[in-house]
Design a protein around this ligand. Structure first.
Ligand SMILES: Nc1ncnc2c1ncn2[C@@H]1O[C@H](COP(=O)(O)OP(=O)(O)OP(=O)(O)O)[C@@H](O)[C@H]1O
Ligand SMILES: [Mg+2]
Length: 347
């Protein structure tokens, strides 16, 4: 348990971001390469020593206009190749959008979690997006060339093949996630309320669940959905249903967490989703991810803070805050370290 504290704008989140980049995934702040380097410099270099569950490793990332990595001192190519070498989950304040934001945030959560676990999912998602764009192009062109509608069936079939795979992988992922999510959220809330999460076809008023879980059944349902929306799609000039419009519905005791959850409940939901992502990684790969928790404790009552600190044992945790609360101080004194950050440096 590493508690990193300091005043605002001293570099706490910067430090977590630097650690996160070793996952090979994009910065959670969405920063461009040039924003990751110190202003007015040409390059930045990150170095890390870590244990990858088998042996001790070192990795470096050089950030210029691109990010290149080396592993164990040897050049390793683009930093995206590091995916799977160093595993982490990150919770930062913007992840509250997982609950408060639109469906795109929740799809991003599913896509990122699945891409870290399954290279095939990343490929299928790319192929699905291509099929969707081609279908959209056809819908646009057909406004002037109505004979093109005759070829729509071909694109619908590709759309449904890749689309149903994407949907069924997301639903399977949720099946893996659910037990961890229910347990962690149940613990955080002291068993006062129950969290549920469902995959929904579509979002908002129109959202409904798929009745089958297997790819073939989903493909049929998706094909019907697509047929039913043909007129609408032709009118809109794009595809209005499919995995690119789906949502994840998070409820507390049957009520939408987005509409009715308190600040603390929403934060607890978002954190539980993120931590469960880590529990799934551990269950499926046997590797223990590192938890990066940026400003996670604010808005949470003592009971919730206490649960978090006691249920991430066995994890290496980096947790930032402005001032460590008494609960945090007692926890870290048992088994951890306290670092102060000022002016971009650990002091
Ligand atoms: N590319 C950059 N070059 C130099 N400074 C930067 C760069 N990007 C961000 N900063 C500065 O780094 C500072 C620290 O940012 P950081 O987000 O890590 O603070 P923090 O300690 O997490 O603060 P808070 O408690 O408010 O979250 C900010 O003042 C920001 O202006
Ligand atoms: Mg910060």
């Amino acid at each position: 348990m590493n508690v990193i504290f300091g005043e605002n704008a001293q570099g706490k989140t910067n430090l977590l971001e630097a650690i996160w980049l070793f996952t090979g995934l994009r910065s959670f702040r969405g920063s461009k390469e040039r924003e990751l380097r110190r202003f007015d410099t040409e390059a930045a270099k990150l170095s890390m020593a870590f244990h990858n569950d088998v042996r001790d490793m070192t990795a470096d990332i050089l950030i210029t206009d691109k990010k290149t990595a080396s592993l164990g001192g040897l050049p390793y190519g683009a930093s995206t190749k590091l995916v799977g070498e160093f595993l982490a989950v990150i919770f930062a304040p913007q992840h509250l959008d997982l609950i408060k934001g639109g469906p795109a945030e929740r799809r991003k959560f599913l896509n990122q979690a699945l891409c870290q676990l399954k290279p095939n999912y990343a490929k299928a998602l790319t192929q699905f997006n291509r099929a969707m764009q081609q279908r959209n192009q056809l819908l646009k062109d057909a406004i002037y060339h109505s004979e093109l509608y005759d070829t729509l069936d071909v694109w619908d079939d590709r759309f449904c093949s890749f689309g149903s795979y994407v949907i069924s992988e997301r639903m399977k992922y949720l099946d893996e996630l659910r037990p961890f999510l229910e347990e962690f959220y149940g613990g955080i809330s002291g068993g006062r309320e129950q969290i549920t999460v469902e995959y929904a076809a579509g979002a908002g008023e129109e959202a409904h669940t798929f009745s089958s879980e297997d790819p073939a059944g989903i493909k049929e349902e998706l094909a019907e959905l697509l047929k039913a929306h043909r007129r609408e799609d032709a009118f809109a000039g794009f595809t209005t249903v499919g995995p690119h419009r789906d949502d994840l519905v998070v409820k507390l005791d049957g009520l939408s967490a987005k509409s009715f959850g308190s600040q603390g409940q929403q934060r607890s939901c978002a954190l539980s989703l993120k931590m469960s992502e880590g529990f799934v990684i551990r269950a499926l790969t046997g590797k223990q991810p590192v938890a990066l928790l940026d400003d996670v404790m604010s808005e949470l009552d003592a009971g919730r803070q206490d649960y978090i600190l006691n249920h991430i044992e066995g994890w290496q945790v980096f947790l930032t805050c402005c001032e460590p609360s008494s609960i945090l101080l007692s926890k870290q004194s048992e088994n951890g370290k306290l670092f102060e950050v000022a002016g971009g440096k650990l002091i």
